[in-house]
Design a protein around this ligand. Structure first.
Ligand code: BGC
Length: 497
């Protein structure tokens, strides 16, 4: 085609393309300017942001995390029949989000140390919108996998960004509780997903299939995250690191309404002093200056998954169907019940988080999980499975409670606080990616394990119990205590090791 086009026409078309490129560039610049103008207004009295708004919206990424990972348990059997998929294709639709999350978590950290937490929260909100929209309108297997990977990128990015963002904004006395809001949002998102599964199942509203509504309902929190992202202030610690003390002071004043300007100035000085000693952030610095923090973060995140939490969150209906012969509808209700226990226990965690040492709470959680899993396993091996459904349910509820008041929130709280400022973004990225990797391993092998033990739930839960027990010496040896200390104090202490 090009060979037969006269040169003058080609030149004209090239000029036209250059004009279009200029116009697009100018429009992009305008868009960025107006986003920046909106951001600036966000600081002003036009949007009197209070800290509840900031922390709730800041944690909203957690809700999408919970929703998008939880929703598929109800939607996947419907998609399987609708698209005529094989079992392994359906499995891949579930796990593709975890692959995307691992990549999203790994790639976001360096970008957030460079461009700031806020801009990347906006980018992840846009990815959430795109992924959710594509999921709801998917026409076949490939489009669904692509959509789930995009969603995964967003979930992974939010899981690395949000803990660091919340920790950097919170005052030290309340940092544990405020950072736990992320986990609270995750558990709320999971609960909403179960509710949406139940609510939409079998109702093809406006002639649109039920599973499309289930997946599409994620557009609402995604839009809220976008609005929040535009209005939220940038992290004051990131601003100091970029040399923008004026705005750092403004943000600190905005979020510390209950203290006077002298105290704000003191906090700013402490941040500045530590930022001034920091080296340039990057992977090499992460391994050099932050190795103890990295070992703690990766270990905590792997254990958080290897204790098997998502075998319950994603597969509980299957456990009761396969293990105890429950009908599907009853099995879904069991998972709703567990979702409620998870959410309510996390509310308790937000209330007690700053009252007890984090390490003590982790060990407490490990003991509760180890004991409940051990009893559950022994019982299912030696007892009569036909009468064990209810005791198993009760033990699973204890196990969830143990997780929800400890490892659930604290793992995410810790990765936001233990890294030095210069590598905080990239450090949280590594920690978060380890979490997604652990999640992927458990999700891929749980049903295989259950099968290997002839559907006796005692088998896989015994293995998870071993990890819960092993997590205790790990915490005692490798995890630093962070409760009540400022991020700057934690940084000084960890770097002395
Ligand atoms: C974990 C998730 C899990 C959730 C359950 C989070 O802390 O990272 O994988 O699904 O807790 O509440």
């Amino acid at each position: 085609m090009t060979a037969t086009t006269p040169a003058s026409v080609q030149a004209a078309s090239q000029n036209h393309e250059a004009d279009v490129a200029d116009t697009v560039a100018a429009e992009a610049a305008n868009a960025i300017e107006s986003i920046e103008a909106m951001e600036n207004r966000g600081f002003s009295s036009r949007f009197p942001l209070n800290s509840s708004f900031i922390f709730t919206f800041g944690a909203l990424g957690g809700m999408l995390f919970g929703f998008d990972t939880g929703i598929i348990s109800g939607a996947s059997p419907l998609i399987e029949t609708d698209f005529g998929l094989t079992v392994s294709q359906t499995g891949f639709i579930t796990s593709s989000v975890l692959i995307g999350s691992c990549v999203g978590a790994l790639s976001i950290g360096a970008l957030s140390d460079r461009f700031g937490r806020k801009k990347l929260l906006i980018v992840s909100a846009l990815l959430f919108l795109l992924g959710s929209g594509m999921c709801a309108t998917a026409t076949g297997f490939l489009m669904m996998v692509a959509a789930r990977i995009i969603l995964g990128l967003a979930v992974g990015a939010a899981s690395a960004l949000t803990p660091a963002y919340l920790a950097e904004l919170a005052p030290k006395e309340r940092r544990g509780s405020l950072s736990t809001l992320f986990q609270l949002m995750i558990t709320f998102g999971i609960l909403l997903a179960y509710a949406s599964n139940l609510g939409f199942l079998g109702h093809n509203l406006l002639g649109v299939r039920d599973w499309r509504w289930m997946l599409g309902s994620a557009l609402v929190p995604a839009a809220l995250l976008l609005i929040g992202g535009i209005l939220l202030p940038e992290s004051p610690r990131y601003l100091v690191n970029r040399g923008d003390e004026r705005n750092a002071f403004k943000v600190l004043t905005l979020i510390r309404k209950d203290v006077d300007q002298t105290q704000v100035q003191l906090e700013l000085d402490e941040i500045k002093a530590v930022a001034a000693q920091d080296t340039k952030g990057g992977v090499r610095e992460l391994f050099r200056i932050a190795r103890p923090a990295l070992i703690a973060a990766i270990g905590i995140m792997l254990f958080q998954q290897l204790v098997g939490i998502n075998s319950v969150i994603y597969f509980l209906p299957q456990v009761f169907i396969k293990g105890f012969g429950f009908p599907e509808a009853d099995a879904i209700w069991v998972s709703v019940g567990i979702g409620v226990v998870n959410f309510v226990s996390t509310i308790v965690a937000t209330m007690i988080m700053d009252k007890f040492p984090r390490k003590g709470m982790l060990v407490f959680g490990s003991i509760v999980m180890t004991v409940s899993l051990a009893i559950l396993a022994v019982m299912n091996f030696v007892g009569d499975v036909a009468v064990l459904a209810v005791p198993t349910m009760i033990l699973i509820a204890f196990y969830i409670l143990g997780f929800a008041v400890s490892w659930g929130p604290i793992a995410w709280v810790l990765i936001g606080e233990i890294f030095p400022l210069s590598v905080r973004g990239i450090g949280s990225s590594f920690g978060s990616a380890a979490n997604w990797l652990g999640n992927f391993i458990v999700s891929q092998f749980f049903l295989v394990l259950l099968d290997a033990f002839h559907n006796n739930v005692g088998g896989p839960f015994a293995i998870f119990g071993v990890f819960a027990a092993l997590s205790i010496p790990f915490v005692l040896r490798f995890v630093p205590e962070t409760k009540g200390k400022s991020l700057e104090e934690i940084e000084q202490e960890i770097s002395r090791h």
